[in-house]
Design a binder for this molecule. Structure first.
Ligand code: FES
Ligand code: FES
Length: 176
C-alpha cells in the first residue's frame, strides 16, 4: 500500500487523545478538568476556562505573549503541559486586579503611560513586570530590561513600557 502525506498524518493523529482529570488553581479558584495531560496550559486557559489574557503568538516559548504567573514567577504557557502545573498557583492577567473595578498598579501605570500600540505584547509585559516588582520593588532601567527580555514588542513601545514599570514602582512623581 502506498501512503500519501495525508494518510501518514491520519495514522499518527488517531488514538492519541488520552483525557485525564487535572486539578488547576487559577486566579484563586480550583478547577477540575477533563483534558489530555500533554495539552499546553495556554490552550486550557483560553479554550476551557475562557481566560483570554494570555495570547498565542509564536507557540515556541520565544515571544512572551502567553505569559502567566506560576507561583509568582512569569513563565510562557504555550508549550507547558497542563499536567506539570497541577500543584502550582497560576495567575493570569484576569487575576491580577483585586476586583473588576480596580486595575492592578502595573496595569494602571501602563494605561497612564499609554504603553501600547497594538497591545499584543501587553499580557507578557504586564505579567513579567508584576513578577519583576515582586522580586525587586524599585528596579532601575537595566533591571527592567532584563526582567522583560522574554517579551517581544513589535511596535517598539519599549521606552513607554520601561517608564510604566518605573511608575508602577513609585519611582516617578505622580504629575510627570
Ligand atoms: S506564544 Fe508562548 S512564547 Fe510565544
Ligand atoms: S504594542 Fe504591539 S507588540 Fe507591543
Amino acid at each position: 500500500m502506498r501512503l500519501c502525506s495525508c494518510n501518514i498524518r491520519l495514522l499518527f493523529s488517531t488514538n492519541t487523545f488520552m483525557p485525564a482529570t487535572i486539578q488547576l488553581q487559577v486566579n484563586g479558584k480550583t478547577h477540575s478538568l477533563q483534558v489530555d495531560p500533554e495539552t499546553p496550559l495556554l490552550y486550557v486557559l483560553r479554550n476551557q476556562l475562557q481566560l483570554n489574557g494570555p495570547k498565542y503568538g509564536c507557540g515556541l516559548q520565544q515571544c512572551g505573549a502567553c505569559m502567566v504567573l506560576l507561583n509568582g514567577k512569569a513563565e510562557p504557557s504555550c508549550m507547558l503541559p497542563v499536567s506539570a502545573v497541577q500543584h502550582k498557583t497560576i495567575t493570569t492577567l484576569e487575576g491580577l486586579a483585586k476586583d473588576e473595578n480596580t486595575l492592578h498598579p502595573v496595569q494602571d501605570a501602563f494605561v497612564k503611560e499609554q504603553a501600547a500600540q497594538c497591545g499584543y505584547c501587553l499580557n507578557g509585559m504586564v505579567i513579567s513586570a508584576v513578577a519583576l516588582l515582586n522580586e525587586n520593588p524599585r528596579p532601575d532601567d537595566k533591571a527592567i530590561r532584563e526582567g522583560l527580555y522574554r517579551s517581544l514588542c513589535r511596535c517598539g513601545t519599549h521606552t513607554r513600557i520601561i517608564k510604566a514599570v518605573k511608575r508602577a514602582s513609585g519611582q516617578l512623581p505622580a504629575d510627570e
